[in-house]
Design a protein. Sequence first.
Length: 396
Amino acid sequence: MRKRLYYHDAYLREFDARVIRSEPAGADRFHVFLDQTAFYPTSGGQPNDVGTLAGVAVEDVLETENEEIAHVTAQVPQGEHVHGVIDWRRRFDHMQQHTGQHLLSAAFVRLFGFPTVGFHLGAETSTIDLGTSTLAGRQLRAAEELANQVVFEDRPVRILFRHGEELAEEALRRVERAGEWRLIEIPDFDLIPCGGTHVARTGEVGLIWVRGLEKQKGNVRLEFVCGSRALTWAHTDHRLLSEAARLLTTSASELPRVIQKQMDELRAAEKARLRLLERLAGYEAQALLAEAEVLAGRRLVRKVFDEADVSYLRLVAGELIAASGVVALLATRSQPANVIFARSADVADDMGVLLREVLSQYGGKGGGKPDFAQGSIPTGEQVEAVLMLAQEKLHR
């Protein structure tokens, strides 16, 4: 394993190294191997660093099976000796998030004994999976407050190296014994093996903010942000809340009450609309039945609606087949065009079979039961032909 400079100094932004070798790595990409590197490879839930080697962009950094670090570039840097530059903004962001994760994970262990079983540092937010199936709001708030308290105390974050036999006396959050281990210590709070990059003092983490949680395969997944990300999300949330308040002509603090009031009014309006539609569908069904054609002892209703949606179509069909001896062939001219075939309980025709037979000839799809079937065709220009074909098949 070549020398990993970030193991000892996460603040190292530039370094010099010797190129050991380079290898082709797929289409127009190369793996460049150095005798030492400050570039962090993707591992342990933390993404890789990016930057440049001798002015050539480092697009990715990988750890190979034999523990070498491959720098992925679009071209091989010139010369045996190269100067590396780390994208510091990305590196420091990852340092804030990763140290924040240690603090948050340690807080849950200290307060409730919930271990962290998974960690992912994302591009905008990060997540930890806690080994518990339930998490109360008060527990979340308590752990978040404790983690932030350690941030405010600005404790040192130390890098330690210990051999397996030395670890027996350490109060490790995750105990592993074999070989030499790199440990991250926050005095009197946390000690855990970790190969990632971290800030030198907890105060540099900034605010730790848990933004949400969800159940995940028997565990609880927390979404959180730290430092600069917390500031970015605070600005974003404030902008969205301010815009919502402006649209609703209220203040941000009054938004919940105003939104609840409008939701209640909307639900009441929707119920009233449905009642009116049901009444309208009943009147329309009566008018259609009055003009229905009698076909082999059945009353046939064939109707194309220009503007109705499929929910209204279903209401009309339901009203029609509540009467005896009725077959209803209904459609809309929308895109895609909806089609409903329905019949009364005392009619023997299978509407599901009829619908599939007819729609298959017009590139449509659908299905249903013998008494009620629904489908669609790509364009409303063909609905008249669809209903006529269905009527012809009923004649046979």
